[in-house]
Design a protein around this ligand. Sequence first.
Ligand code: ARG
Ligand code: ZN
Ligand code: CA
Length: 254
Amino acid sequence: RPDVLTIDVVVHIVHANDEQDLSEEQIDSQIAVLNEDFRAANPDIKNVPTVWQGLVGDARIEFRRASLDPDGNPTTGVTRRRTDVRAFSSNDAVKFAAQGAADAWPADRYLNIWVCRLSGGLLGYAQFPGGPADTDGVVITYTGFGTTGTASAPFDLGRTTTHEIGHWLNLFHIGGDDGTGCSGSDFVSDTPNQAGQNFGTPTFPSITCNNGPNGDMWMNFMDYTDDVAMYMFTQGQVLRVEACLAGPRQGLLV
Ligand code: ARG
Ligand code: ZN
Ligand code: CA
């Protein structure tokens, strides 16, 4: 794929009160983060340890608010809906107007991002490629979206959305989702094998699974560290994303 791919985004703001009805500015702050992170153009990419700088991957994806809705009418790429639901969970209720929330736009033409209050400390969740169209996309809690307004530390740099879109593009957690074991894999060749997920702001090197001297790639977007401590995809991850865009998500390429 020679060119940068542009993905049309629709942001569904499902709000139970005025605070959750996020400003246009906050929405744009999130789009700006995505346009840095998926181009390896984020300023903190310079913090990648020297030994891994050659592995940094540019996914060559650009995100923009949709300018036409599914019927071909002009849109701001944002839908807003007041709801009586005080908090949503990972059960996909937020994806249905009939459940007091907002229906998906066609998943072969748009990336659907729902923003709402998620319960139980859940920052976000994603649907992997290959699932039903009416639930396709990512869901982000309103305190973890964008970099201004209701975004709150340590999840106020927009990285939850970067991470969830990583899943939407078929990336797994780099710890391999086997608890703290060393046998799970993310099916990416250039991310070190590591035990579990990392949290907070680790110090390099952090060694598990005999992965010394460099240790875990805790600064990868597909780990679980704080927003300030995650700032890279690898070239191997970009290959997986490319395969997804040439396969299950190829409709987005047109
Ligand atoms: N699905 C993960 C969770 O809710 C998202 C983790 C995002 N991490 C971050 N630093 N923003 O726990
Ligand atoms: Zn995840
Ligand atoms: Ca593991």
